[in-house]
Ligand binder design. Sequence first.
Ligand SMILES: Cc1cc2nc3c(=O)[nH]c(=O)nc-3n(C[C@H](O)[C@H](O)[C@H](O)COP(=O)(O)OP(=O)(O)OC[C@H]3O[C@@H](n4cnc5c(N)ncnc54)[C@H](O)[C@@H]3O)c2cc1C
Ligand SMILES: *[C@@H]1O[C@H](CO)[C@@H](O)[C@H](O)[C@H]1NC(C)=O
Ligand SMILES: *[C@@H]1O[C@H](CO)[C@@H](O)[C@H](O)[C@H]1NC(C)=O
Length: 575
Amino acid sequence: MGWFMEHFIRLFLAGSLFFNGLSYSHKASKYTFIKEARVAPPRSTYEYIVIGGGSCGCPLAATLSQGGKVLLLERGGSPYRNPEEINIQKFVHSLADTSPSSFSQQFISTDGVLNSRARVLGGGSVLNAGFYSRASYSYIRESGWNESLAESSYKWVEKKVAFEPPMMQWQTAVRDGLLEAGVLPYNGFTFDHLYGTKVGGSIFDKEGHRHTAADLLEYADPIKISVYLHATVQKILFRYNQEKRKPQAYGVIFEDALGVIHRAYIGSKMKNEIIVSAGAIGSPQLLMLSGIGPANHLKSHGIQVVLDQPLVGQGMADNPMNVLIVPSPLPVEVSLIQTVGITRSGSFIETASGLGFGHSWTDRLRGIFEFVSNQSGLPPKFLPEAMESVADTIRSLANPILKGGVILEKIIGPRSSGHLELLTNKPNDNPSVTFNYFKDPEDLRMCVEGMKTIIKVINSKAFSRFRYHNMPVQALFDLMLQLSVNLRPKHPSAAFSLEQYCIDTVLTIWHYHGGCQQGKVVDHNYNVIGVEALRVIDGSTFHGSPGTNPQATVMMLGRYMGQNIIKRRLSQGRK
Ligand SMILES: Cc1cc2nc3c(=O)[nH]c(=O)nc-3n(C[C@H](O)[C@H](O)[C@H](O)COP(=O)(O)OP(=O)(O)OC[C@H]3O[C@@H](n4cnc5c(N)ncnc54)[C@H](O)[C@@H]3O)c2cc1C
Ligand SMILES: *[C@@H]1O[C@H](CO)[C@@H](O)[C@H](O)[C@H]1NC(C)=O
Ligand SMILES: *[C@@H]1O[C@H](CO)[C@@H](O)[C@H](O)[C@H]1NC(C)=O
């Protein structure tokens, strides 16, 4: 992980050479409805309350405001506070920033992989690597979505935030290498998820400005929406609905930046509701803090049980990412992820280039590991020695001779999954998260196939001039194995195996999902099963990560469900 962050650090800092700062329209001024939570009234009433202004919550709240009075509560700050801060140059700064006002909240899963969750209006779209690509048609069908409504919802998102990236030498070489490796056909530039090799979209425009899910609030009705920042929801309130014989959500308690408590309610009209869009970590966590979860676990934290629901926090999954660093004899352009190989064996191959490892980040990165390890509840197996080996990696990566690119793979799904548990009763503390990377042998098989494709790309004619020919592919594996990229146990052996390589050097591509899965915690309309007036709509409902990268579909889902919820209100009104 240390390595990967280092890589992205160089990548995105270097990216700034290509995308230097043109002036950026200051969108904050357009948004009269975005305010600090400390000015919120102590009590207020709305028709919809959306918890979490992330990649899904923003398009959802914007759409709902076309149908009723909406409150959107986000625990983080504004992505517009300083326009330069969300420029491509600041990618790493944001991701690695451990200050309380950071857009990134780092955590380490019990699997020993450093990870990060968003804490800002716009959520992951303010923090991420920007790649934009839709889900496959089969994913859309299996999710039970109306295909034409999904299509128009994707377009609604793309109109504001998706761009065609520039294609340069390295990206072109890898693209052609993928074609030589048999990842066919070539599908050109497209948002669609198609077998073969393609160029996808990006939420960074040509000037390197990031366009985020918060920009989708431009679609909101400014009269009908209120957005509060630094509004951390502590719990959802329930009362017993005698008629339905179920608990019914009726309000939320949120805390502002000064620690002052506010309450917001949904009026008593039948179709009013609360929607949790706090992301794959935040949504299961908040349901548990509100009394919906495994009863014994909740009781052990002194939480009053509203509904015993053992499936909350289950099905937590993170697509493993495995990489090879490829030093290049030629100077390479700086490129972001632009081309993707979508293989039939279940792996997605992506690439980035223009790396050079400098010293400036080494201390900082080490500090992040230390900072996260110091936080309460870190699994005790991450002892100082493990931290020290990661620090060594970081130091060795400070070697300025190491230049080139990275070719990475992510697997579809995954099938392996784990769980989330509370460590404290505070919504801003990290829960304990376990992903069980490669527990399912099929995941491991896909990883191995993906690595084989990467080897073919590196050995291809198209890629030939970007590698040292006295450096066989095995040397690239050895290089990665010598680095401590995560905190997992290593298994050195005389016989190299791709299986062990996948297991030992796994990183995250930050596409974690699950925890409130459809059919388990929510029904096919995203209603929380067993209670009234409460839905969960975000990546926590997924059974697998959509497309090659999820954000397009997460944003689409916000728009899609917003329209369905409004439709329901209107049809109700006519009765
Ligand atoms: C570093 C990184 C790189 C990535 N790269 C890519 C990429 O290149 N392409 C891609 O498609 N995807 C990428 N992703 C993944 C993508 O960004 C996420 O899948 C997506 O943002 C998830 O959306 P969400 O709405 O489910 O959750 P989020 O976007 O995380 O939104 C949840 C929001 O809820 C808020 N919240 C949580 N708890 C509370 C509470 N109690 N009260 C109030 N607010 C709360 C959070 O602050 C957050 O803003 C990346 C992610 C990361 C972190
Ligand atoms: C799907 O959505 C479209 C567009 O909103 C709508 O016209 C159509 O009736 C929907 N189809 C079904 C089967 O609900
Ligand atoms: C972590 O904890 C140690 C021991 O308490 C302390 O010396 C160190 O400064 C802490 N580091 C960070 C980054 O918080």
